[in-house]
Design a protein around this ligand. Structure first.
Ligand SMILES: Nc1ncnc2c1ncn2[C@@H]1O[C@H](COP(=O)(O)OP(=O)(O)OP(=O)(O)O)[C@@H](O)[C@H]1O
Ligand SMILES: [Mg+2]
Length: 309
């Protein structure tokens, strides 16, 4: 359904935009209907950039992203609107999506104006109630309220309800639960699990491995813009092969701490000797190490393990 092929993004940074920053390098993976793919990596590894490129909020520098076989870069006006009917994103900080001057349910009204101008009032109220019920929100508690009167979890769920009004097929969930407290987290995770049951595909972006594990069929591990390991979640978590993945699994980040530039504890691996700072865009290609398990390593041993000297 959604396919990324060799997708890269280079930002122009520094004075006079003279420096190139390779935020995403040659990333390929697929998302099928009803599948949850978790995209895991530390801060700055390019996760949000990938989510934003999928939603056409940022252009790609190279590579293609197709949805239902169509290159999303070619979508114009009507076709782009149709794309957003099926693909929506919910981002890290729910507060930033809301305008504090307006009531929170304005996000729903705006959907009505753009997509359902002909739907009558009564019909619309029913649809809103159904969408709110799907995210376990009590309409009496959230409608007609200002953003500051609602909790982060409620605002986050309201954004998911907005997406559901559109009958979406793909949800890009970028760190949707990092800001929530533990019990609300479980609610939102369960909600995502329900959506998956309903056939929705979810790209679950997180820096928290334990959360990725909970939901995902497929796991993609990103380091400095490149995929270092990906495959069936059970295989990646059950037999982590890249030293980076192994390090991540042994050092689950602490809550509230910015997680960045994890030192590799496991190794040595020639990949890191050749690319100590990750500046070479042509890293090793992903090689199969299992039925549905790939790892990027120059030094794959006989036993299909990375990191053997
Ligand atoms: N608009 C931009 N202009 C220039 N550089 C950018 C821009 N957006 C992101 N970057 C850079 O690209 C890299 C990847 O950023 P990105 O936001 O995709 O990372 P992330 O994995 O989502 O991190 P986090 O976990 O902190 O959200 C970072 O080095 C970041 O500074
Ligand atoms: Mg991000």
């Amino acid at each position: 359904m959604l396919k990324l092929e060799g997708v890269s993004k280079t930002y122009k940074v520094g004075a006079f935009a003279r420096q190139d920053l390779a935020a995403v390098r040659d990333v390929s993976f697929e998302l099928r209907p009803g599948e949850v793919v978790s995209l895991i990596g530390e801060s700055g590894s390019g996760k949000s950039t990938i989510g934003r490129m999928i939603l056409r909020l940022t252009s790609t520098t190279s590579g293609t992203i197709t949805f239902g076989g169509k290159d999303i870069a070619t979508l114009r006006r009507g076709a782009l609107r149709d794309y957003y009917r099926e693909a929506q994103g919910v981002f890290q900080d729910p507060f930033s999506t809301y305008n504090p001057v307006f009531k929170a349910d304005r996000v729903l009204t705006m959907i009505r104006q753009s997509y359902f101008p002909d739907v009558g009032d009564a019909d619309w109220r029913t649809r809103v109630r159904e969408a709110l019920a799907a995210v376990s929100l009590n309409p009496d508690l959230v409608l007609d309220k200002y953003p500051h009167q609602l909790s982060g979890g409620q605002l986050q769920r309201l954004l998911i309800a907005r997406a559901l009004l559109l009958d979406i097929k793909l949800l890009v969930a970028d760190e949707v639960i990092s800001m929530l407290d533990a019990s609300t987290r479980i609610d939102v995770l369960n909600l995502l699990a329900d959506l998956k049951e309903r056939g929705l595909a979810v790209l679950f972006i997180t820096h928290d491995l334990s959360l990725g594990n909970y939901l995902a069929d497929q796991t993609v591990i990103l380091r400095r813009g490149s995929i270092v390991e990906r495959g069936a979640t059970a295989e990646v978590f059950g037999d982590p092969t890249h030293p980076y993945t192994r390090t991540l699994l042994s050092s689950v980040p602490r809550l509230g701490e910015r997680w960045t530039d994890t030192e590799l504890e496991h190794g040595p691996c020639r990949y890191h000797q050749l690319h100590p700072d990750g500046t070479d865009p042509a890293g090793p290609a992903l090689a199969a190490v299992g039925d549905d398990h790939f790892v990027a390593c120059f030094a794959l041993g006989e036993d299909r393990k990375c990191g053997q000297p």
